[in-house]
Ligand binder design. Structure first.
Ligand code: SF4
Ligand code: SF4
Length: 163
């Protein structure tokens, strides 16, 4: 399930409410992360897609407006303080794409750029009786890579934590 509070704020257009920052993949849980991270910025410098930026307090945050995560793990490799580390489960994070109300399909406009760009086939367009197909996110396939966020012409997609 997606973080309901973040999603509700997003759907209601409460963009002024700053959500909790998204940390790089394989980050420790937030409290442990803040304890461990030295704010050295190495992960920001090494990320090949430039999505790791220095955020509040100098801690690294993910900015999907800049691009997507390829899960190359370069950020983990350079982290000198093990604030980023691959656990036994190997799961990078609990992020998933969430579709907002601005999708052009709600205005009967065909777009589908998000589905075209999703390498995992996680965005499906379901036919609607008497209208054009509407997108849904298959959370079992979505990796939260963020590839669909920036290209969406109406910025109708957000990436939220799953619970
Ligand atoms: S895994 Fe690679 S692409 Fe993803 S945030 Fe880390 S360095 Fe960037
Ligand atoms: S490389 Fe590790 S210690 Fe340095 S800013 Fe990134 S997460 Fe923090």
């Amino acid at each position: 399930m997606v973080d309901v509070a973040s999603r509700r704020n997003f759907l209601r257009g409460r963009f002024g409410i700053r959500p909790k920052p998204l940390r790089p993949p394989w980050a420790l849980a937030e409290h442990a992360f803040q304890q461990a991270c030295s704010r050295c910025g190495a992960c920001c410098k090494v990320c090949p897609t430039g999505i790791v930026v220095s955020g509040d307090g100098g801690y690294p945050e993910i900015d999907f407006v800049r691009g997507e995560c390829t899960f190359c793990a370069a950020c983990v490799s350079v982290c000198p303080s093990a604030a980023l580390q691959r656990g036994e489960e190997g799961r990078a994070w609990s992020l998933r794409a969430a579709l907002g109300e601005g999708c052009l399909a709600t205005r009967a406009v065909e777009c589908r750029v998000c589905a075209d760009l999703c390498l995992n086939g996680a965005i499906l367009f379901l036919p609607q009786r008497g209208g054009i197909a509407r997108p849904i996110v298959d959370e079992t396939r979505c990796t939260g890579c963020g590839a669909c966020l920036a290209p969406c012409p109406t910025r109708a997609i957000n990436v939220c934590r799953s619970t």
